[in-house]
Design a protein around this ligand. Structure first.
Ligand SMILES: Cc1ncc(COP(=O)(O)O)c(C=O)c1O
Length: 380
């Protein structure tokens, strides 16, 4: 690029990947992957099944899974899980808190399901602002127990904006909680959810393509009940049938062929998280990194956090608006210096940066990033 501002090497972060997914992967995980004898072997044989068993057991330990909950997995990532929920977890009608792109995509998937009633969609945050309203962007948007609603759905964290929601049970239906980008980065009480689901390419520093759902007994029973409902006429392809995923998961396998490399990376990351002190230690890391960025934003008059309410500010994905500076120029300058993926979510259309503070990000690297931002902004 022309007129590159060359950042002195002693200011640069050691690890220059700050993307909100796919996220930075520890070098030791990648080395383990390269050395593994499992790559190129059958997923139906004991060595790969043992790997899946280890991943399931370590996730159960990491999340202190309550009695009766199961770690269920299937191919396709969180996007596919939305279709699974529409096919085999929502009985008749769901309610959705929508405060960003991912919550909206789930609601849209459900809206298209011919066997379901139109969902109740409660807009908040950026999604409500688009309609000229100012409302909260969290679970508070959901109606309390309401007749005819059998599933309450919300993101615990909206990756498109960095808006955070408390995770608290709404009575009267299954609670389906999209934790794609926050699972593994904060402490959570899983008993407040019926399905806490996520993909691997965020805090778990693995790859996309697999969904994991921590499922309560009520969620497991719901899938069975829907499958067996006499005369429902509902078509549920096996890949979207939660009960099929459950049946396979308890045998430590997936319905169809998984990415073994993804399983290796994911399992290694969970072992690392446990060895470091579990979710409490991970939350300490994410809060320290994100605090560096929120403090930086407070220190410069030209920038401010996109999420203004500190209670809704994410510890794992920090979005910072630029007022009189062109964010794209700053992003391009950093990329020219090898610092990548601090671009905002593409559909948001904000003049901002978005920086991941997942557990793998070292606080020292986040500090170095702010020094690099200062260096570039002061020379534009
Ligand atoms: C909150 C949230 N939900 C769902 C998804 C979709 O996940 P996947 O791409 O694994 O299907 C994402 C992806 O970034 C996300 O951030």
């Amino acid at each position: 690029m022309e007129n590159t501002v060359l950042i002195p090497t002693d200011l640069l972060p050691k690890n220059r990947k700050f993307g909100s997914g796919p996220s930075s992967i520890r070098k030791t995980s990648l080395a383990k992957l390269a050395d593994s004898d499992l790559m190129g072997t059958s997923h139906r044989q004991a060595p790969v099944k043992n790997l899946v068993a280890s991943l399931r057991h370590s996730l159960a330990e990491l999340f202190s899974l309550p009695d009766g909950y199961e770690v269920v997995l299937g191919n396709g990532g969180a996007t596919t899980f939305w279709a699974v929920a529409a096919s085999s977890l929502i009985r008749e009608r769901s309610a959705h808190a929508v405060f960003g792109s991912f919550g909206a995509k789930f609601a849209q998937t459900v809206s298209g399901a011919p066997h379901l009633k139109d969902p109740a969609i409660e807009l908040g945050g950026i999604s409500a602002r688009a309609q000229g309203q100012e409302t909260a962007s969290d679970i508070a948007l959901l109606p309390g127990e309401q007749e005819g609603i059998d599933a309450y759905c919300y993101p615990a964290h909206e990756t498109s904006t960095g808006a955070l929601s408390p995770v608290q049970r709404v009575a009267g239906g299954l609670n389906l909680v999209d934790a794609t980008s926050i699972a593994g980065g904060v402490q959570v009480d899983i008993s407040q959810t019926d399905v806490y689901y996520f993909s691997g390419q965020k805090c778990f520093a693995a790859e996309g393509g697999l969904w994991v759902a921590l499922a309560s007994p009520a969620a497991q029973e719901r899938a069975q009940e829907i499958k067996e409902a006499p005369g429902s006429g509902r078509w549920i392809p096996p890949v979207l049938d939660f009960s099929v995923a459950l049946k396979n998961s308890v045998k430590n396998q997936t319905l169809n062929t998984p990415s073994i490399g993804n399983l290796i990376l994911w399992e290694d990351q969970v072992q690392w998280m446990l060895a470091e002190g579990g979710l409490a230690a991970m939350e300490k890391r994410t809060r320290q990194s994100s605090a560096v960025l929120y403090e930086w934003a407070a220190s410069r008059p030209e920038v401010c956090p996109f999420i203004s309410n500190p209670l809704e500010q994410s510890p794992v994905v920090v979005t910072i608006d630029f007022k009189d500076i062109d964010a794209d120029t700053v992003i391009a300058q950093l990329r020219a210096n090898g610092i990548v993926d601090i671009d905002p979510y593409r559909a948001l259309g904000q003049n901002q940066i978005r920086v991941a503070c997942f557990p793998n990000i070292e606080v020292a690297d986040t500090q170095a990033l702010t020094a690099c931002l200062d260096y570039v902004i002061d020379r534009l």
